[in-house]
Design a protein around this ligand. Structure first.
Ligand code: 5GP
Ligand code: MG
Length: 490
C-alpha cells in the first residue's frame, strides 16, 4: 500500500490546538483528499475525529469544540487509485497499558509485513492492513519497557522505508523523519507554541515562523507547555534520499523544503529545460497549475538566449509566455479516476483552450511530468483541434519508468507510458511535434543537490531502499543506529 499524505502536530501553552490543526490541515489538503483527522489530548484523555472526505467537510464547529486539549496531531490521506478505504484513515490511535498513542504517517515502509507477522505472533491484534498501525504497535510494545526516546529509537531501528511521522504519546507531541529524509517534515514556531508539519505552507498559514527542517533520523519532541522543543539525533544515515518528486510535483510551490523554496526549484528546472532542449515557437504555455512555475522559468531563460544558446539580439523579442489553457477549479485531480475513459473525460472537463494564445501558432506546452500520458495526449489533440500549427511538449522531470514504493501512488509499470517506450515512441503516441524531458543529472543540478542524496526510483528503477525484486542505487541501505542518544543544542 502506498500513501502520500500530510501530517501536522502542534503543542500550545494554554490554548486549544484543534482549530490551528484544522487550518494546518487545510494548508496541506493538496497532499491528500481522501480522509482527514485530528487527535488531541487534554491532559487526561485523547479526543479523536477522523472521517473520509476533504478537511472542510470532515470537521464542523461541534467537532472542533469537542477536540479538547492544547496538544494534538492531524493527518490528510491521499486517495489510492480505486480503493476508498476508511480503515486506513488517520491519525491512528490506540490506548495501551502505559498510555495512549496517536500516529500520523506520510510515507511507506518496505518491511511492514515482516514486522506485522512478528507482532501478530506475539499477540498483537491488527485492525487494518496499513503500515501505520504496525509502527504504532511496535512503539506501544517498546514503551512498556523503555522511556519514550529509547522506544522511538528501537522502533526506528526496526522499521525500514520512508516515514515522516507526527506522534502523540499521551499529551506529548513528537515528529520523526526517516534516516534518509525521504518525505519532508519541518518545525515552526507559533504564538505560544510550536508546530511540526509536512510543509512550511502550514506554518505560514498559522502566521508562524519556519525554524528548520526536521533532520533525517531526528526525533523532535515539543515541550508540553509550548515553550520549545528537544532534538534527538537517533539515527545517522549514510546519505539522504529526498524525493525529487516533492520538488517537481507534489509540494506546494510556496513551501520551503530542505532549504529550497519549491517555486524557485521548479523555475530552475524550467530554465534547465530551455537550456538543454529549448525550441523556438510563437508561444510558451503551461499546463495549469502544475506546469506554471516550469513554464515561467523556461520562458525567462528563453528571453536571455536562443535555443542554440546564443545571446538574443537587440531586435529579437524572444518568446512569448501566455496562458493557453483555462482550468476549471471545481474538478478534482484526474489521477483518482478509476478507468481510462473517465480519466480522458476528466481532462476535457478540467481544461479548455484559450483560442487567442493557440490559433495559428506554434506552441510549446510545458508540464511537470508525464505518468500515463493521458493528460499530454488529450492536450496535444485539444490544442491542434483549436488550430495550433505545432505543439511541442517539454517536461520538467525525467520519464517515469517505474513505480514508487516510497509513498507516492503513481501507477503500475504497465500503466506508465515511458516504462516500455523510447522518447520518439512516446512523442508518436502523444502526437506532439517534439518531446523532451530533463535527465536525472539535470534535475539534481537544478535542485542544487547531489544525485546520490535524492530518491529517483521512479525515473531510474533503482531505489535507495532494499525492495524485494528491485535493484538499489545504494551501497548501504540500512543506516547506522547511533549508540548514544544525542541531546542537541536547539
Ligand atoms: P498522466 O496524464 O500522464 O497520467 O499524468 C500527468 C499529469 O498528472 C501531470 O499533469 C502531472 O501534473 C500530474 N501528476 C503527476 N504525478 C501525479 C500524482 O502522483 N498524482 C496526481 N494526482 N497527479 C500527478
Ligand atoms: Mg498537472
Amino acid at each position: 500500500m502506498t500513501e502520500k499524505c500530510g501530517v501536522v502536530g502542534i503543542a500550545f501553552e494554554d490554548r486549544n490546538a484543534a482549530r490551528p490543526l484544522y487550518y494546518g490541515l487545510y494548508a496541506l489538503q493538496h497532499r491528500g483528499q481522501e480522509s482527514a483527522g485530528i487527535v488531541t489530548h487534554d491532559g487526561f484523555q485523547q479526543h479523536s475525529h477522523v472521517e473520509m472526505g476533504l478537511v472542510g467537510d470532515v470537521f464542523d464547529e461541534d467537532d472542533l469544540e469537542s477536540l479538547n486539549g492544547s496538544t494534538g496531531i492531524g493527518h490528510v490521506r491521499y486517495p489510492t487509485a480505486g480503493s476508498v478505504d476508511s480503515c486506513c484513515a488517520q491519525p491512528f490511535s490506540v490506548s495501551f497499558k502505559s498510555g495512549s498513542l496517536g500516529l500520523s504517517h506520510n510515507g511507506n515502509l518496505v518491511n511492514a509485513e515482516e514486522i506485522r507477522d512478528e507482532l501478530a505472533g506475539l499477540g498483537h491484534a491488527f485492525t487494518s492492513d496499513g503500515d501505520t498501525e504496525v509502527i504504532a504497535h511496535d512503539l506501544a510494545r517498546n514503551l512498556l519497557n523503555e522511556d519514550l526516546i529509547r522506544a522511538v529509537k528501537r522502533t526506528m531501528k526496526r522499521i525500514h522505508g520512508s516515514y515522516s511521522l507526527t506522534i502523540m504519546h499521551d499529551e506529548t507531541v513528537m515528529g520523526v523523519r526517516d534516516p534518509q529524509g525521504n518525505r519532508p517534515l519541518c518545525i515552526g514556531e507559533l504564538d505560544n507554541g510550536y508546530i511540526i508539519a509536512s510543509e512550511s505552507a502550514a506554518i505560514d498559514t498559522l502566521d508562524g515562523e519556519l525554524v528548520r527542517d526536521v533532520r533525517p533520523g531526528e526525533l523532535v519532541v515539543l515541550s508540553e507547555d509550548g515553550s520549545g522543543f528537544d532534538s534527538y539525533q537517533l539515527v545517522e544515515g549514510e546519505s539522504t534520499a529526498h524525493c525529487f518528486f516533492e520538488h517537481v510535483y507534489f509540494a506546494r510551490p510556496d513551501s520551503r523544503i530542505d532549504g529550497k523554496l519549491v517555486y524557485e526549484a521548479r523555475r530552475n528546472l524550467g530554465r534547465k529545460l530551455w537550456e538543454e532542449n529549448g525550441v523556438e515557437t510563437d508561444v510558451v504555455m503551461p499546463v495549469p497549475d502544475s506546469g506554471r512555475a516550469f513554464a515561467s522559468g523556461y520562458a525567462d531563460a528563453a528571453d536571455e538566449t536562443t535555443a542554440t544558446g546564443e545571446p538574443r539580439a537587440e531586435d529579437d523579442t524572444g518568446v512569448e509566455f501566455a496562458e493557453g489553457l483555462m482550468k476549471n477549479r471545481y474538478v478534482g485531480r484526474t489521477f483518482i479516476m478509476p478507468t481510462q475513459d473517465e480519466r480522458e473525460r476528466a481532462v476535457r472537463l478540467k481544461l479548455n483552450p484559450i483560442t487567442s494564445t493557440v490559433e495559428g501558432k506554434t506552441v510549446t506546452l510545458i508540464d511537470d511530468s508525464i505518468v500515463r500520458g493521458t493528460t499530454s495526449t488529450q492536450l496535444v489533440s485539444l490544442l491542434k483541434d483549436c488550430g495550433a500549427a505545432e505543439v511541442h511538449l517539454r517536461i520538467g522531470a525525467p520519464p517515469i519508468v517505474a513505480p514508487c514504493y516510497m509513498g507516492i501512488d503513481m501507477a503500475t509499470r504497465e500503466e506508465l507510458i515511458a516504462s516500455d517506450k523510447t522518447i520518439p515512441e512516446i512523442e508518436d503516441v502523444i502526437g506532439a511535434d517534439s518531446l523532451a524531458y530533463l535527465s536525472p543529472e539535470s534535475v539534481a543540478e537544478a535542485l542544487g543537490a547531489l544525485r546520490s542524496d535524492l530518491c529517483m526510483g521512479c525515473v531510474t528503477g533503482e531505489y535507495p531502499y532494499d525492495i524485494e525484486g528491485e535493484p538499489t542505487d545504494r551501497e548501504v541501505t540500512r543506516p547506522a543506529i547511533g549508540g548514544q542518544t544525542i541531546q542537541a543544542d536547539d
